[in-house]
Design a protein around this ligand. Structure first.
Ligand code: FUL
Length: 457
């Protein structure tokens, strides 16, 4: 056992600091693609398509191109309204479960080219994202109610052909979102996940594959909640797409009910010990700004407030998760002014965290016999936010920590007690006058490697 300073650290809460098991856990770290993604943790979803025109959450598969009665698409407004929230990218539902394609696909007539609107909406949105320096990503529903090959092996060819179009013709793609939802009465079908993943890896090596994919884990609910402890090192079996599908929506009603949060412990030592194979698989919180995923006038009164969204941001981005915030444009092809207002207010709130930095310090590896770090400010300060980031290229190690404000010579007052950290822990603390702070690691898998700690007024 390392010789921790008794005043400030503990016995690692009785857990081994370093043994073979611990070394097994900390040998799991992100791929380069996952590591890059971690720097841009907040992005938006756009649900738009046939359902926007017909006023549904799930279609029927029986719609026709003429039912797509959308007359305009204000892509520029979509992107600029979303950008104001602080989001750095947009994922568009290029094809939802109804099968209608928002781009000019060569593989189906059921697409926007055959509709009165005609224009390629994927192109309009991706061009606008690139023009406004926002990342662009695609959602392509594996389950397809319309396509007649669905349920037969040829569907895998159909799906890969469409994927190839989307990953070739619209510039750089930052995330590919494979939804696990599938109607309970849909045909049995074996998706060729391995082939889908290879197609993405080959055509867009920098893209992260989410949900029914190996790079980003679904948090397990759609109400904006994350677990108290979100681990990125979890059993590799969680990447099994079939398991994700089993937990996903199976009918239209549940698509807006946002069922229960799957609150299990996914990555404590107790869990990892029982699993021979582990993976780096960070969580993404997907949540809609309003009741439904698609726009409905009836939901105009359900737009979340900037305060609610800010809480979700703190609970996701500030809690080692990604945040994917859905903003569905209306059937007039615009982001509703209510949503736009809230997005702007959210952006201001997020900015207010980072606006007045007092000290941002790169820390590095803590030595094993000293489980704390002291930070000294230039003068007495009133700190409101503290952000700790682990160097996740060295895995996720911290399991418990305390933060103290230094209020005088050898005088400390505890201001925060936390558990896991990972890519980012954002803490709002009751402002306290102090000239420094002390971060104490109470429990860790080997010695922590801290990328930085930032203090903001
Ligand atoms: C679910 C779908 O069924 C919803 O319609 C929506 O697309 C949501 C993000 O995923 O599984």
């Amino acid at each position: 056992m390392a010789n921790f300073d008794k005043n400030w650290t503990t016995d690692n809460k009785g857990f081994p600091l370093d043994d073979e098991e611990v070394r097994r856990y900390i040998s799991v770290f992100p791929s380069e693609t996952q590591l890059k993604h971690a720097n841009k943790p907040f992005y938006a979803f756009i649900h738009f398509g046939m359902n926007t025109a017909t006023g549904r959450e799930w279609g029927t598969g029986g719609e026709t191109c003429a039912d797509f009665t959308i007359e305009s698409v204000a892509a520029k407004q979509w992107v600029s309204a979303i950008k104001k929230s602080g989001a750095t990218g947009i994922i568009l539902t290029c094809k939802h479960h109804d099968g209608f394609c928002l781009w000019h696909t060569l593989y189906s007539d059921f697409c926007v080219a055959q509709s009165p609107f005609k224009e390629d909406i994927v192109k309009l949105v991706s061009d606008e994202c690139h023009a406004q320096n926002m990342d662009f990503g695609v959602y392509l529903s594996p389950w397809d109610m319309h396509e007649e090959t669905y349920g037969k092996p040829e569907y895998n060819d159909y799906f890969c052909n469409q994927l190839e179009e989307l990953l070739t013709n619209y510039g750089e793609i930052f995330e590919v979102w494979f939804d696990g939802a599938k109607g309970s009465d849909a045909a049995e079908f074996d998706y060729d996940w391995g082939r889908y993943y290879n197609t993405v890896r080959t055509l867009q090596p920098n893209a992260n594959i989410a949900i029914c994919g190996p790079d980003i884990r679904w948090v397990g609910n759609e109400s904006g909640r994350a677990r108290k402890n979100e681990y990125s090192v979890v059993p590799a079996s969680l990447r099994d797409a079939e398991k994700t599908m089993a937990k996903s929506q199976q009918n239209e009603k549940s698509a807006v009910k946002f069922v229960s949060s799957k609150d299990e412990d996914l990555g404590s030592r107790k869990v990892l010990k029982k699993n021979a194979y582990l993976a780096w698989y960070p969580a993404e919180v997907d949540v809609s700004i309003r009741r439904g995923w698609f726009y409905s006038k009836a939901d105009d009164s359900t737009v979340k407030s900037a305060n609610e969204l800010f809480d979700i941001y703190m609970n996701s981005v500030g809690n080692n998760c990604y945040l994917l915030l859905n903003v569905p444009p209306t059937d007039k092809g615009v982001i509703h002014k209510k949503d736009a207002r809230v997005l702007e207010a959210l952006g201001k709130k997020i900015l207010s965290i980072y606006q007045k930095p007092v000290l941002i310090e790169k820390v590095g590896a803590l030595s094993e016999d000293k489980g704390y770090v002291d930070f000294k400010f230039d003068r007495e300060r009133k700190i409101r936010y503290v952000i700790i980031s682990e160097d996740i290229s060295r895995s996720q190690r911290i399991e418990a920590f305390d933060l103290y404000a230094k209020t005088g010579e050898n005088k400390f007052k505890k201001v925060y007690s936390g558990t896991v950290v990972g890519a980012r822990k954002i803490m709002k603390i009751t402002p306290k006058k102090c000239d420094g702070m002390r971060l104490v690691i109470r429990q860790s898998r080997s010695n922590p490697v801290i990328k930085s700690v930032g203090f903001y007024e």
